[in-house]
Design a protein around this ligand. Structure first.
Ligand code: ADP
Length: 597
């Protein structure tokens, strides 16, 4: 926490009208580190009175912020991205960036490993960047008139004050995915972050203020969730509620918004099927399912919740998958990366092989750099013989392997190309490339209640005949750590099938036919993300169209991006976030008829 404090980013009071304020009755609540139980800070515990003032402030600012040109709003947003992500010298001996500090804060209060946290800062900033650009593309329409002396126009205007309620699993990105488009459109916002992760939200808001987002355009209140939510819902000034969280709370917010007829966007729970067909590439399927299941220790609403495996490949897939899950390391998210904080570009990080994802010789196929699906660092090692001087980052100093570490997906491609060139120069045949994923690291679950839920689901499954193939109990580290778990022979009468486990438990469900897989996949009220692994193009189309889901990943386990629409069908929610469609929820359409021309 000292690093965060030194950077001036430890904020514990709410943000109302540009002022950092305590709860009016002085109440505070603790924010804890789920990995250690340490109390990180005491933050203001606010309620309806503070929320009412935040709404008033947002409402007043709406009249000025919405009158700025799109270009002016875009510039302020772009400055915010800069402060969130760019490296800024802080002390003469150390390069620190707000990116590192925000990631550190996330790891401390949420538990996700630093690598994933750094990935989330990029992901969070990508929404601001995307919507800063979209701000300039809010086009209206001119409609051919039905009478000669009329002109019919369509204007798109910001909806007004937005109440944004966000969860703890993505403490930054779930905020920027809402605040980015809202501010870009000209709306002002009152954010209520999760009580478990307010520090990241407050730090990001601080940087927004520093970036010149005007006082009152972005307010943050936290504390008593039903009171804050109640105030947001009953206010006639709040014109929209946007929420990411549980289906139960989403339903409450939808009902509560009825009285004032607010526009509502909901990103609710999922129950993602991940279908592995007999004709899948087994390495791709293992890698994709692992990433889809174990990201953030299984605590995302798009995490694979049910892995449906066709009979013919079941045994083979199960044993490869168990092996991959076995190599996941459980621990405090800070452990892997203290060196990464000081030096973000390099560092020796243990990663698990999630491949070999690719085997080829570079002569036959120089385009082998297909490490898609990784949000974070990827290490590529090749079994090639290279002179000693070339084996740069091999920890054992062995000349038989070369390992390259890069941070971003494009860098992976660069890395691959560079390695291919290297092999060519050295006249070495490239035998095998192994792609590594940073999802090797599993942090704690958010709290004790989350572990109890996982235990209940696993207990229910075993009592009904499922078999534990790996894990299946609390981790010896204690706190809220749970062993990465694989459960075999899960069926549709078990909680693991019916509900979202939100933890590191992968249920394997055997099936016979494509029809049965589609039926099982759709046999739920949820409809957020679904995944499938198959080599058949025809089947990809057929099944994608048959799945009742808002997002479908084909041969890919990580599909979220700021440029594509994210959202669910059925009880997984309303509206879409990200992409050009993500602007619509913050805009009203106004028809103007000019007559007697
Ligand atoms: P999760 O199970 O992912 O924590 P929740 O739906 O409980 O999901 O929480 C998501 C967000 O909704 C958090 O910011 C939480 O404080 C907030 N929340 C919970 N209950 C209410 C409520 N009654 N009204 C408004 N917000 C709520």
């Amino acid at each position: 926490m000292d690093k965060i404090r030194a950077a001036g980013l430890l904020r514990t009071r709410g943000l109302i009208g540009g002022q950092w304020v305590d709860a009016y009755d002085g109440k505070t609540t603790e924010v804890q580190n789920p990995a250690t139980g340490e109390v990180l800070a005491n933050v203001a515990c606010m309620g309806n009175r503070e929320t009412a003032d935040a709404i008033t402030s947002a409402n007043t600012t709406f009249y000025t912020w919405s009158k700025l040109t799109a270009s002016e709003r875009s510039k302020a947003l772009r400055k915010w991205i800069f402060l969130l992500t760019v490296y800024i010298p802080q002390r003469h001996d150390l390069l620190m960036s707000h990116k590192e500090e925000l990631a550190l804060l996330m790891t401390l209060e949420q538990g996700k490993p630093m690598k994933e946290a750094l990935g989330e800062v990029n992901y969070g900033a990508s929404f601001i960047e995307f919507f800063a650009e979209e701000a300039k593309r809010v086009y209206g329409d001119i409609i051919p008139p039905t009478l000669a002396d009329r002109r019919l126009l369509v204007l798109k205007q910001p909806i007004g004050v937005v109440g944004a309620i966000t969860p703890w699993n993505f403490p930054l990105a779930m905020i920027t995915r809402k605040v980015g488009p809202a501010l870009a459109c000209g709306c002002t916002v009152v954010v209520k972050p999760s009580e478990f992760t307010p520090l990241t939200a407050l730090a990001a808001a601080d940087l927004a203020l520093q970036a010149g987002i005007p006082a009152g355009a972005l307010n943050v209140v936290m504390g008593n969730a039903p009171e804050i939510g109640g105030e947001l819902m009953q206010s006639t000034q709040v014109r929209k509620i946007t929420f990411t969280g549980s289906t139960a709370v989403g339903k409450k917010l939808m009902a509560g918004s009825a009285n004032t007829v607010k526009k509502v966007s909901l990103e609710l729970g999922g129950n993602a099927p991940c279908i592995v067909f007999d004709d899948a590439d087994i390495d791709v399927a293992v890698k994709g399912s692992l990433a889809a299941k174990f990201r953030n220790s299984g605590q995302t609403c798009v995490c694979a919740n049910r892995i449906l495996v066709q009979e013919g490949i079941y045994e083979k897939f199960a044993s490869a998958f168990v092996k991959a899950v076995q190599s996941l390391q459980v621990g405090n998210g800070l452990e892997e990366s203290t060196s990464q904080v000081a030096n973000p570009s390099f560092g020796s990080v243990d990663m698990i092989p999630v491949g070999p994802a690719y085997k080829c010789t570079h002569e036959k196929n120089p385009g082998w750099t297909t490490a898609s699906g990784h949000l974070g660092p990827v290490r590529i090692s090749s079994k090639i013989q290279l002179p000693e001087k070339r084996a740069r980052s091999d920890p054992n100093g062995s000349a038989s392997r070369i390992q390259l570490l890069e941070n971003e997906r494009p860098a992976v491609q660069f890395c691959g190309a560079a390695l291919a060139q290297l092999c060519k120069n050295e006249k070495q045949e490239l035998l095998e490339i192994t792609f590594y994923s940073f999802f090797h690291m599993q942090g704690p679950l958010i709290n004790e209640a989350a572990v109890e839920k996982v235990e209940k689901f696993v207990g229910d499954a075993t009592s009904k005949g499922a078999n534990i193939m790996l894990g299946g109990k609390r981790h010896s580290l204690g706190m809220s750590f749970y062993e990465p778990t694989v459960v075999g022979n899960v069926s549709n009468d078990m909680l693991l099938f019916r509900e979202e486990v939100f933890g590191p438990v992968a249920p394997l469900i055997p099936f016979k036919t494509e029809e049965e897989a589609i039926h099982l996949a759709n046999d739920t009220n949820a409809g957020l993300a679904a995944y499938m692994f198959t080599k058949s193009i025809a089947r990809s189309w057929r099944v994608s169209e048959a799945l009742e889901y808002g997002l479908v990943g084909v041969n890919e386990g990580l599909i979220s991006t700021e440029v594509a629409p994210f959202g669910g069908v059925k009880q997984s929610g309303l509206g879409r976030e990200g992409s050009k469609y993500g602007m619509d929820d913050y805009l009203e359409i106004k028809y103007v008829c000019m007559g007697n021309l």
